[in-house]
Design a protein around this ligand. Structure first.
Ligand code: FE2
Length: 386
């Protein structure tokens, strides 16, 4: 079994949004490197309080007990984590939670991008560091699906019966029913936990670290929200005021039947292509940018020659569309046009190629200039400068 087990039809058919999947994965993360990165992060004096929580048995330790404030150059008071008090609370049984750790820990940033690419949805990573024989959270369910990686130590997990099927709200279940089953997660184990399943975890006789990779897909009701924007934009009927308190029953009934008729018309005309475009647009709009290597490319770009090897940077989530024979590549708010005089087939090439291999009505000098534009734009990267 490997991480690839999560990225398969088998997983999606049998487990996704249905049941827990426990795999014994090895070498998914280099645990020692990750612990070094966490150590470096938590010893910094500039970690914003919003990134860190300390929790004991479901209760948040008041943040003023492990933070300090400082005024920035504009005179605004900002709050930071005080590393020494963090350690004190940990020694007293508190679980340290680092939220959105993918923003500061490079190993997790890379893994989140891997998950994003494989599953076409946004990901966030949270870290949980629990001292021996402790419990961070009381039984609860989460409103997002989790891919959990046990980095260090062993943790005993209890999963309860009767959660909240496919929970998407922030409510927490306080009343818990009987335990359905328990699992002991050992170092380097991976677990998929669907949202809505009530759970709790206990560390054993040594400290435990686990990382939750949290998937943020689009749900059916998000499409309904999109419909609301679509109908508002395109149909006058939906911009009209609904019946007011001065409307009689007949008017209200008439409005209701017109409303149903109009909704049906919009839905009947909604095609699979619209749906697909909507889906890729939404991931494109919300995906985070993986800027690793961008700075190195920017400072090396002036040295490229026709022999330089470049390749598409598939870490970037871009929108590609054709307009009057030109190809338009959009990266967030900026775009680059590949004019029709250049053969744009290189855009989809998975392997690297030499600058001189770009085909089209361009001199070698023109190819170098064009390649520089591609790299500055960010959707292509230098593989070998030579
Ligand atoms: Fe949880």
């Amino acid at each position: 079994m490997s991480l690839e087990s999560f990225f398969s039809n088998f997983f999606f058919e049998n487990y996704w949004e249905k049941k827990i999947f426990h795999i014994k994965e090895r070498n998914f993360i280099n645990s020692n490197e990750l612990i070094d990165e966490i150590d470096f992060f938590l010893s910094r004096k500039d970690v914003h309080l919003s990134n860190v929580r300390i929790v004991t048995k479901g209760i948040d330790i008041p943040s003023k007990l492990y933070s300090y404030s400082s005024r920035n150059l504009k005179g605004v008071e900002e709050f930071f984590v005080e590393p020494l008090s963090l350690i004190t609370h940990f020694n007293e049984g508190g679980t340290i939670v680092i939220n959105s750790a993918n923003e500061s820990i490079s190993i997790l940033r890379k893994l989140c991008f891997d998950f994003e690419k494989k599953l076409n949805m946004n990901f966030q990573a949270n870290i949980y560091i629990t001292p021996p024989n402790s419990q961070g959270f009381k039984p609860h369910y989460d409103n997002h699906d989790i891919f959990l990686f046990q980095v260090k130590g062993t943790k005993l997990w209890n999963f309860y019966k009767d959660g909240f099927e496919l929970a998407t709200n922030f409510s927490r279940k306080n009343e818990v029913n009987e335990i359905d089953f328990s699992l002991s997660l050992e170092e380097e184990d991976l677990l998929y936990l669907p949202r809505g399943i009530v759970h709790e975890a206990f560390s054993e006789n040594q400290s435990s670290i686990h990382v939750n990779f949290i998937g943020k897909p689009r749900y059916g009701f998000n499409l309904v929200e999109d419909f609301a924007n679509l109908v508002q934009d395109k149909f006058v009927f939906f911009r009209k005021t609904m019946p007011t308190k001065y409307s009689d029953n007949e008017e209200k009934q008439k409005y209701l039947s017109l409303f149903k008729e109009n909704i049906k018309q919009v839905i009947d005309n909604f095609s699979f292509e619209d749906f697909n475009e909507n889906l890729s647009n939404s991931h494109y709009k919300t995906s985070s940018l993986n800027l690793s290597g961008r700075f190195r490319n920017i400072i090396e770009v002036d040295n490229i020659t026709e022999q330089t090897e470049i390749k598409a940077n598939f870490n970037m989530c871009v929108l590609i569309k054709e307009e009057n024979g030109d190809l338009i590549i959009k990266l967030k708010d900026i775009q680059m046009i590949i004019p029709k005089i250049i053969d744009s087939s290189f855009v989809n090439k998975l392997t690297s190629f030499k600058v001189k291999e770009i085909q089209g009505l361009l001199s070698n000098k023109g190819k170098i200039e064009f390649a520089k534009q591609l790299i500055r734009f960010g959707v292509f990267e230098i593989v070998d400068l030579t």
